[in-house]
Ligand binder design. Structure first.
Ligand code: AMP
Ligand code: MG
Length: 498
């Protein structure tokens, strides 16, 4: 019989000091909450077998799958600006890698499957709430078209985990292009382990930037690749109102995927100073700070890579700076290109960033809901032909405390749209394809978690997953899931997903 997972483990072939070999801890009474059958098929796995006792034992950590080489990876990281030389997978265990039907290699990792040598004071466990949040939000991000880790399965363990209260335990099976982080490089740099650093960089190049191997300076090309992916990723986050919440360097993936969904949340009312995480007291990771923080993190990556960039220190710094200088332009291009599409503009003119910026400013001043404003704008987009429906315009206006402030802006927008080529229908279709109707609204996510944790009711989880798998479709049957919470969601708090 073929293996459940056709593992081919490249990370496990790296030197011993990259990780600790550790097996998952068997749990008492696992129950499958959900298997992501579509993802299983994409990965070339057999969903029926994964749902059978054989697969299920693996997904709960009761049994080590054939071909797996379970390990906890070592990494370091800056947490809220403070460097911690030793972090590592404290509650995650990499089982191995599979190459999917698309030819892409992906990590299969259990999260919440017991202690590792990197657990420090933690228990190595995950609670059901954060597991469901990560499953739902990461799958929603995927459906929104934003690079992200994926969720293959969630199981409950039948064992309690002790947090502020006693909670049901769970294990998430996370799928990622890799789990290499900025902090992985910092781990070796902090130890002056240049050979480790080189081995990691070569591994990262092979996995994520194979063309960099041919470049004049492969390590600079790697840094440029990571910079580009991160600039585009953060622009995409801003475009859907996503706040990561804990952009520590150990939570920033070299692959350019959104990773670590602990305290993440989406904006309701637009305010760039929004920070939901209870531990982010100074708003370091606030919505509007995310581009700056991404560059800060990339600068830490560049510092870690210095010994590889050149033997000559001055030259190494110049190479690093040259790569990092690209960030601003890449981010601006991605961000303003996206904002233009969100406004139905397919060309780029000098005044466009100001036009978009003024809308955002007016939204912030008027407590306008981010998602609803852009989605309703899609219906209110005028074309060269008949004026937009008054109801469609009113639907946007009503989102602003002072609707006339929207009118003033909308007049400028209409004049700008007059200069655009293309049909009204085409424009509306473009806008609808970048302005989602459905995002994981915080009040919905909380209600879903409460139902699962308090009442073992997983129906809200399944329903939300269904709605969020088609975020750009209208889905009239689920219209209530598009609605904003009372009061614009102010005062909402999230907690690190421990
Ligand atoms: P995070 O803020 O979730 O990225 O986690 C930061 C560090 O704490 C990582 O090294 C995690 O592996 C570790 N960690 C978080 N929660 C736990 C836990 N319950 N048990 C052990 N380690 C944990
Ligand atoms: Mg983390």
């Amino acid at each position: 019989m073929t293996a459940l997972f056709p593992f081919d483990n490249s990370f496990a072939r790296l030197p011993d000091r990259f990780f600790a070999r550790v097996v998952p801890t068997a749990v008492e009474a696992p129950r499958l909450v959900r298997l992501n059958r579509t993802l299983a098929l994409d990965l070339g796995l057999d969903p029926d077998r994964l749902e059978s006792p054989e697969g299920f034992d693996v997904l709960s950590g009761r049994r080590v799958a054939e071909g797996a080489e379970p390990l906890a990876a070592a990494y370091a990281g800056h947490q809220f600006g403070q460097f911690v030389p030793q972090l590592g997978d404290g509650r995650a265990i990499l089982l191995g890698e599979v190459v999917g039907r698309d030819g892409r290699r992906r990590d299969i990792q259990l999260k919440g499957s017991g202690p590792t040598p990197f657990s420090r004071r933690g228990d190595g466990r995950a609670a059901l709430g954060p597991v469901l949040r990560e499953y739902l939000v990461s799958e929603a991000m995927h459906a929104l078209g934003i690079p992200t880790t994926r969720a293959l399965a969630a199981v409950t363990t039948g064992e309690p985990v002790i947090r502020e209260t006693v909670l049901p335990g769970a294990v998430l099976t996370r799928v990622a292009s890799s789990h290499i982080r900025v902090g992985s490089f910092q781990f070796f740099a902090a130890r002056g382990d240049v050979e480790g650093l080189r081995a990691l960089a070569d591994h990262a190049i092979a996995r994520h930037d194979p063309e960099a191997a041919e470049a004049e300076n492969p390590y600079r090309a790697l840094l440029e690749g990571v910079t580009r992916r991160q600039a585009e990723l953060v622009a995409r986050w801003l475009g859907v109102g996503f706040i990561h919440g804990v952009m520590n360097t150990d939570n920033m993936s070299i692959a350019g995927e959104t990773i670590d969904y602990g305290p993440c949340a989406f904006l309701d009312a637009y305010d760039p100073a929004t920070a939901f995480s209870s531990i982010d007291r100074h708003g370091r990771y606030a919505y509007g700070n995310q581009p700056r923080i991404a560059l800060w993190n990339l600068t830490r990556l560049a510092e870690a890579l210095l010994p590889l960039l050149s033997e000559d220190e001055t030259k190494a710094v110049a190479e690093a700076e040259a790569a990092l200088t690209g960030f601003a332009g890449l981010f601006e291009a991605a961000y303003h290109g996206l904002l233009n599409r969100k406004l139905g503009l397919t060309t780029m003119r000098d005044g466009d960033p100001a036009l978009a910026g003024d809308l955002l400013k007016t939204m912030a001043e008027n407590g306008a809901d981010f998602t609803l404003t852009f989605r309703r704008l899609s219906a209110a987009a005028p074309g060269a032909g008949p004026a937009p429906e008054p109801e469609a315009v009113e639907a946007v206006r009503s989102l602003f405390i002072d609707p006339t402030s929207f009118d003033a802006w909308a007049e400028r927008w209409r004049r700008r749209l007059d200069e655009e080529p293309g049909s009204v229908a085409g424009r509306q279709a473009l806008m609808r394809s970048v302005n989602p109707a459905f995002i994981p609204r915080n009040h919905r996510v909380e209600a879903m978690i409460e139902a699962a944790v308090e009442r073992q009711d997983f129906v809200p989880f399944e329903t939300l997953l269904t709605v969020l798998s088609h975020p750009y479709d209208d889905q009239p049957d689920f219209a209530q899931f598009a609605e904003a919470p009372e009061g614009g969601g102010r005062g909402y708090r999230t907690f690190c997903g421990t």
